[in-house]
Write a protein that binds this ligand. Sequence first.
Ligand SMILES: [Zn+2]
Length: 142
Amino acid sequence: MDKLKERLASRGLKTTVQRLYVYEVLLNSRQHPTAEEVYRKVSKVLPSVSLSTIYNTLETFVEHKLVNKFQSEYGISRYDAFVETHHHIYSENGEILADYYDEELVQLLNDYFSKKKINDYEIKEIRLQIICSTKEKETNNE
Ligand SMILES: [Zn+2]
């Protein structure tokens, strides 16, 4: 918990019990939970917490760049405590299957868009949604 406190403090955020638990839930999940999912987990340890407190806490984290928020294809907001640039692999139904880290790809995209500008817009970050289906496992019929 001390590490979490330090990270909150490094972003100029005061430590509250709610913030610690919300942040802990996000750090322990690579599933990119929704606010409701965070709420369900936090309310197990803090039964009096409200969903709006969870929303506010998440938004505060986003404002302080402690957490990334993004919309999945179906407009559902998801939260990610891993803020270094990475991409997401989605299944065809819009569910996130995995994080995808690829330094070379990040570099390639940055190089491409440093030469090719998008009119009227300034690119802040490029994150891909890679839609995949899982490969059928090859059966071993010997
Ligand atoms: Zn992610």
